[in-house]
Design a protein around this ligand. Sequence first.
Ligand code: COA
Ligand code: MG
Length: 285
Amino acid sequence: MSLLRCLLFVPGTDRKKIEKAFTLEADAVILDLEDAVAPGEKERARQVVGEILKSPGLPPTFVRVNGVETQHILADLQAVLHSGLSGIMLAKAESAEDVRKADWLLGILEEERGLARGALELAPFIESARGIEAANGVAAACPRVKRLALGGNDYTADTWTTYSTEGTELFYARAKLVNASRAAGIEPPLDTVCPFIKDAAALREDARRARKMGFQGKMVIHPAQVEPVLDVFSPTVQEMEAAEKIVAAFEKAQAAGAGVIQLDGKMVEAPMVARAKQILSLNMK
Ligand code: COA
Ligand code: MG
């Protein structure tokens, strides 16, 4: 499985930053048409992003479009459905119905443009208390939904808290997204961008917290955040070796008729072996 460990956001209006983003090592780039674009600049952002997505050979590129309740959604989708687009991220998804509306519009546009209907990924951004409570339905809304994304800055504002370096205020939202994703049989979710651009230690801690809770990767907003986040979300050599050791020891024990063993002071049985195989299956760049 190829997971997205780090996705770099860039405002859709900023050609210079977009070009720079494509030269960095993030697993994907997200061109933003939503909060990073001022209301009066939406049309210009669509033009810039639309043009860029027509260029050949782009790395994986997503576009975050404005929510389905806004006047922008149709124009956003019309502007960006080009060959370079890997998927759409839908801002402020609050219900399965919201996702299905975007799915329906995408289907019409795919057909109109001779693209395979249903092929494009749609990743809902969950960033409100209502969205969190609707996460099970959102995750299962349509087959385009392969992973959810957490919007922590909107979510903390909605819940009358502030994004902190301790992360307590995000615990429930993160747990809810991880569980909803697995319950719907989709990939683990993508963690929120972290606003602390100048504090690499706080970013690493934030990313570690999300990885421990079951996220596949994290979105970032600045070039300086790419390397730390890639690092935190890549299995270490020690983790890979430990996983290999678990699988080998267990297979040997099983051949000898045992279903549970002790290895380095810990019990190992089938679920730990399944987890070890998961780690070994991660296909990193
Ligand atoms: N992608 C690519 N390049 C970026 C970048 C990004 N997201 N953010 C900054 N850079 C570039 C700058 O252009 C600058 O490049 P240069 O040295 O070649 O001139 C360099 O990295 C250093 O940038 P810096 O001066 O530290 O930041 P800034 O003040 O220019 O920008 C932000 C700060 C927050 C405005 C900017 O990082 C940004 O726009 N991030 C994305 C915001 C976003 O998309 N939000 C929506 C999702 S929450
Ligand atoms: Mg926002």
